[in-house]
Design a protein around this ligand. Sequence first.
Ligand code: ATP
Ligand code: MG
Length: 343
Amino acid sequence: MGAHSAGCACREGELNEVSALAPESLGPTVTVGEILVEIMATTIGAGFLEPQPLVGPFPSGAPAIFIDQVARIGGAAGIVAAVGDDDFGMLNVERLRGDGVDVSAIATIPGKPTGSAFVRYRQDGARDFVFNIAHSAAGETRMTPAARDLIGRAGHVHVMGSAFAIPGIAAIFIEAVATVKARGGSVSFDPNIRKELVQGGEGRKLIDDMLEVTDLLLPSGDELLVAADAASEAAAVERLLNLGIGEIVLKRGSDGSSHFSKAFGRVDCAAFTVQEIDPTGAGDCFGAAYLTSRRGGLPPADALLYANAAGARTVTKQGPMEGVSSKAELDQFIAAEGREVTA
Ligand code: ATP
Ligand code: MG
């Protein structure tokens, strides 16, 4: 593998007007990874060391949030995942199905509970988690016949870094990327890099292998510098674009976002001003809105506007998947804020 361009044989100087991202018509956007319920404390504190009021279960898991937002904004979408034969699994599958996600490749694993995350917010905004992923049904995510069928029809694969918590998932992504690239499809990568992961040589190699096949990179904060192993934003962008990555979109939280590519240069988009209630899911919804807008043919400036709107709406709602937006909701939000889609 090593071909970054999808639906386009040109590289470097000839990239003008040709997207590195496969059009919607090639097939659905597919991701692989954890489906979880999230249960959170309703009070701020220092962890789960004593009984306390909780709220949930909410449908969650970064890949699940991402794919739900792809479907809600109007893109064809599917997920390869595994849940338990329990209420938590049903809650998630029915939400995804209801929002239009292809759930045919979600396996039900007998004898294993659906994955979960308990979350508590500290005074300074930091989060304490109790995760059950690797030993849950999510940890049993495999390349099943249903998964191969879905991937065989896909036009784009989204790789979510958080999913690497699932043992053996790298092999599934490698097969999915090879299959989709072979039919002219494209790949996006949201690194969700954890320092612990990068320190080992294996984590570094995994990131480098992913960068090798990435058409759209979606880092947030210093993930850009870590991914490129560079000291400044400009140096990181230059290094990654020279590697052959078609587009880099940097998420800057309440400071908005920036697109970088050889075809369009740098495009910045200011954030919307909202009251942040729960930041979880912002990056996932942002990435889904950006990717789906670009696969639908919108230029980077408009895709960033939709993505910023999707991220902003997410943080105003408690629960990671509760702030997912339809296209109509985003259009209404953008207009109400006095901003305009150009294309
Ligand atoms: P996550 O917390 O889900 O991992 P992330 O770190 O990947 O998210 P962020 O940069 O936090 O990504 O958020 C993604 C996008 O959502 C931002 O680029 C911005 O457009 C929007 N966004 C996030 N937080 C806010 C905020 N407080 N106000 C306005 N917009 C926001
Ligand atoms: Mg964030």
